[in-house]
Design a protein. Structure first.
Length: 209
């Protein structure tokens, strides 16, 4: 029995939803190990223990599969439900910053996410569509939710909700990049809590008449 036949036999006992997750998990490891250019559907199929046709039954091409791993490594890890934003929109400002901090801390402490970030930056010149995928899949969705929060909370007197969303989210993204991805924590440490409390003070200041 060859590898493809063995994979076909193994697939019969795996439910469809489980199969998709199996493919995505294998794709994460394959993309991070070989990069975008070096990853093929054949390599992912081999790592996942499925035949290539099975991958195409879930994902139309390599780009769609890459979108799936971005979602797996960001949105699913931080557990944000963009289809139901009300729980976040109803938070008090201090609570909102606490929640924002907690979700970014998940990514800041995740070496696998750091590897994905390096992959995106390193291959963005050759494959600009990768950066665009990340911006649309993660950044714009997060920015949209944060902007909506500042629009809803009129008591904060935020004149430019989108710019304030950038300040809040960007504070944590830049912290992750220079502290974790670039290793700046080995030279000078800036604790997440200090950034969190400074953002809270900034929003309190906006509430002054």
């Amino acid at each position: 029995m060859n590898v493809q036949d063995a994979n076909s036999t193994a697939e019969l006992s795996t439910p469809r939803r489980g199969k998709r997750e199996q493919i995505v998990q294998a794709a994460v490891k394959t993309f991070l190990e070989h990069g975008y250019a070096g990853t093929s559907m054949n390599k992912v199929a081999e790592a996942a223990g499925v035949i290539k046709a099975t991958i195409y039954s879930h994902f139309k091409d390599k780009q769609q599969l890459f979108i799936a791993i971005i979602e797996e490594m960001t949105i699913k890890k931080v557990a944000i439900d963009f289809t139901n934003p009300e729980p976040i929109l109803s938070l008090e400002p201090d609570e909102f910053i606490d929640v924002l901090t907690g979700k970014f801390c998940v990514l800041m402490q995740d070496p696998e996410y750091h590897a994905l970030f390096r992959l995106l930056v390193g291959e963005s010149e050759r494959f600009p569509e990768l950066a665009e995928i990340y911006v649309r899949t993660v950044i714009l969705r997060g920015m949209g939710l944060a902007s909506k929060y500042f629009e809803v909370h009129k008591e904060l007197n935020i004149e430019d909700p989108q710019a304030m969303a950038h300040i809040c989210a960007g504070s944590f993204i830049s912290l992750m990049v220079w502290q974790q991805v670039l290793g700046g924590k080995n030279i000078m440490t800036l604790e997440v809590g200090r950034v969190r409390e400074t953002l809270k003070a900034l929003l309190r200041g906006q509430r002054q008449p």
